[in-house]
Design a binder for this molecule. Structure first.
Ligand code: ADP
Ligand code: MG
Length: 253
C-alpha cells in the first residue's frame, strides 16, 4: 500500500469541482488546498451553498473532483476505481451524516456492527456494546431507530462511525437536525471518542459551539477557502482501551 507523503492523513491539493448542466457551468469548488494531520480536529464553516458538503464528499471519496487531488491515508483517490475508493473508505474513514442514516430494521447494536459485518468479521458485539456505552446508550442497545430520539440516533451513528477505528472521521452538520441541548450531548460524544482514539475529525457545521471545539477552522466562501486558522498541536491520544483494542483484533481487509 502507498505510504503517506509526510504524515498527513488527508492531503487536498488544488481541488476543483464544476457542475455542467446544458450550457451552464457552476464552479462549486475552486482551487481548494489543505492538509489534515493525524488527530487534528477541523471545522469547515461557510454560508449555505458555499461548497461544504461537496468538499466533504470529495475528501471521503464519495465524489470525484473535476481537477486536483485528494490523498487519503497516502492513497491518491483519483488513481483508484470505485472498489479501490470503497476499500480506502472502509479501512480508514468514518462518516456521520446530518440525517443519521441508520438502518430502520436493525437495532442500535446491529447498526453499529454493520460496517464490520459487511467485511465478514466475527466477535464484534463486545466492541459495539462498548462504543454504545461510551456514547451513553447502554440502556438502548436493542432499540430500533424509530424508538430512539434524534440525539440518540445520532449517537448510534457516531458509535457506528468509530467501529472500524477510522483514522479520519467526516461529519456533515452532525448537529444540524438537533436542538441545542441534544446537540451538546452529541458533540461531547464525538469529541470524547475522537480524543480517545486519536482520530482526525473533519466536520462541517453551522453550530458555533461545535466549530469552537475544533482546533482549526477552514472557512469557505463561494467555493474558495477564505480563511484557514491553520494546524495547531494535537493533544496526545489518551489511548482508551475502548477504542484502541489490541492490534490483533484490528479489522483486516
Ligand atoms: P453547502 O454544503 O455549503 O451548503 P453544497 O456543497 O451542498 O453546499 O453545494 C454547493 C453548490 O453546489 C450549491 O450551489 C449547490 O446547488 C451546487 N450543487 C451541489 N450538488 C450539485 C449537483 N449534483 N449538481 C449541480 N449543482 C450542485
Ligand atoms: Mg451542506
Amino acid at each position: 500500500m502507498a505510504q503517506s507523503v509526510g504524515n498527513s492523513i488527508l492531503d487536498v491539493t488544488n481541488l476543483t469541482r464544476t457542475y455542467v448542466s446544458g450550457d451552464r457551468r457552476l464552479d462549486v469548488l475552486r482551487n481548494v488546498s489543505f492538509r489534515v494531520e493525524p488527530g487534528e480536529t477541523v471545522a469547515i464553516v461557510g454560508p449555505s451553498g458555499s461548497g461544504k458538503t461537496t468538499l466533504l464528499s470529495l475528501c471521503a471519496g464519495l465524489d470525484a473532483p473535476s481537477s486536483g487531488t485528494v490523498r487519503l491515508a497516502g492513497e491518491d483517490l483519483s488513481k483508484l476505481d470505485e472498489d479501490g475508493r470503497a476499500r480506502v473508505r472502509n479501512q480508514f474513514t468514518g462518516f456521520v451524516f446530518q440525517t443519521f442514516q441508520l438502518i430502520p430494521t436493525l437495532t442500535a447494536i446491529e447498526n453499529v456492527m454493520v460496517p464490520l459485518e459487511l467485511r465478514g468479521q466475527r466477535g464484534i458485539e463486545p466492541a459495539a456494546r462498548r462504543l454504545l456505552e461510551e456514547v451513553g446508550l447502554s440502556e438502548r442497545l436493542h432499540h430500533y431507530p424509530a424508538q430512539l430520539s434524534g440525539g440518540e440516533q445520532q449517537r448510534v451513528a457516531i458509535a457506528r462511525a468509530f467501529i472500524n477505528q477510522p483514522r479520519i472521521l467526516f461529519a456533515d452538520e452532525p448537529t444540524g437536525n438537533l436542538d441545542t441541548e441534544t446537540g451538546h450531548v452529541v458533540i461531547e460524544s464525538l469529541f470524547r471518542l475522537n480524543a480517545a482514539a486519536g482520530t482526525a475529525l473533519v466536520l462541517v457545521t453551522h453550530d458555533a459551539e461545535l466549530a469552537g471545539r475544533a482546533g482549526r477552522v477552514i472557512r469557505l466562501r463561494g467555493g474558495e477557502v477564505s480563511q484557514d486558522t491553520g494546524p495547531r498541536p494535537v493533544p496526545a491520544a489518551s489511548g482508551s482501551p475502548m477504542t484502541r483494542p489490541d492490534p490483533e483484533t484490528r479489522p483486516m481487509i
